[in-house]
Design a protein around this ligand. Structure first.
Ligand code: ATP
Length: 299
């Protein structure tokens, strides 16, 4: 029987709370159970069960919701090597044929590294960001040059080849699930699908807490800033947009200490810089969520 690959080692003392991901604990738990638990079991046990590890997962949902963050943290948790991030549009580079070569090389590198260290546990994570860019459904009329088709075919054949190695994990990411070639979503390929949606109020509270943690602990955030209030006021914001909101609020605080005159300068009291509630209110006027509030929600 085929021997299971060396198992991944769970990084010691790894806690979800320390990962800096707000609001996605349920999703993370489900991904872990479905896609990674088998990798941290002793290999003997996996052999006994006669199962194969999951080779690929697909994270889908709106932009800026933490898909990349999640993929990176999964890698850290499994003590994987620094993930290789492949950007869909970049793979489709201008030289026809070069993109297939890029994918071939990507897998060849991971395989070579694995063979060189076959006794060690070592998981290689390859992240395909904006996977939809290379996955215009094959044969669709608008597939342009057809480069996408051959890249997808290359990807499919490489993913099927991963079987014997079992130490390569592919994480695909997209905002457009409908654009992903179905062949890629089958068992043995990107088989675990998880939607990462916009955070709810509690999630937004957690994300705000994460992104203001430093200013809070360093005493540069006024006590009038109420994160629960902000969580309620940021409906439809993605994690990335909440991060942008915090930056915008900081810029309003900076502005109180900038002197623009004949000579632009910084005021002497800059050490007293504090971010307050009003800065966040100004930021809320400035930073809008990309996914607008729907008609029903306005009523
Ligand atoms: P895209 O689809 O545009 O690639 P994405 O879903 O991969 O987006 P990320 O790149 O993970 O989004 O998010 C961008 C940044 O936004 C993160 O580096 C982080 O600072 C912040 N962010 C997004 N979601 C979260 C979250 N759930 N918790 C904490 N921070 C978040």
């Amino acid at each position: 029987a085929k021997k299971a690959a060396p198992n991944a080692i769970l990084a010691p003392n790894f806690k979800f709370e320390d990962m800096g991901i707000g609001g996605l604990d349920t999703e993370f738990g489900a991904i872990f159970r479905r896609a990674f638990a088998s990798r941290v079991f002793p290999p003997g046990l996996v052999d006994k069960l006669g199962i194969q590890h999951v080779k690929g997962i697909l994270l889908h949902g709106p932009p800026g919701t933490g898909k990349t963050l999640m993929a990176r943290q999964i890698g850290k948790m499994l003590n994987a090597r620094e993930p290789k991030i492949v950007n869909g549009p970049e793979v489709l580079n201008k030289y026809v044929g070069a993109s297939e070569e890029n994918i071939r090389k990507l897998f060849a590198d991971a395989e070579a590294e694995y063979k060189a260290k076959a006794d060690e546990s070592g998981l290689h994570i390859i992240i395909f960001d904006e996977l939809d860019a290379i996955c215009k459904q094959r044969g669709s009329t608008n597939s342009g040059t057809g480069v996408g088709d051959s890249v997808v075919n290359q990807l499919l054949s490489k993913m099927d080849g991963v079987d014997q190695l079992n130490n390569i994990l592919i994480i695909g990411m997209t905002n457009r699930l409908d654009m992903i070639d179905e062949a890629l979503l089958r068992p043995g390929r990107l088989e675990v699908h998880m939607e990462i949606s916009l955070p709810d109020e509690h999630g937004r509270y957690q994300i705000l807490t994460i992104h203001t943690a430093k200013m809070k602990s360093n005493g540069v955030m006024d006590s009038d800033v109420d994160l629960e209030e902000l969580a309620a006021l940021t409906k439809n914001f993605s994690g990335a947009e909440i991060c942008g909101l915090v930056k915008s609020a900081t810029s309003f605080a900076f502005n109180r200490h900038v002197k623009v005159g004949t000579i632009a300068g910084i005021s002497d009291d800059v050490e007293n810089l504090r971010i307050n509630r009003n800065d966040f209110m100004n930021a809320l006027d400035e930073v809008q969520p990309a996914f607008g509030v729907s008609e029903e929600e306005l009523q």
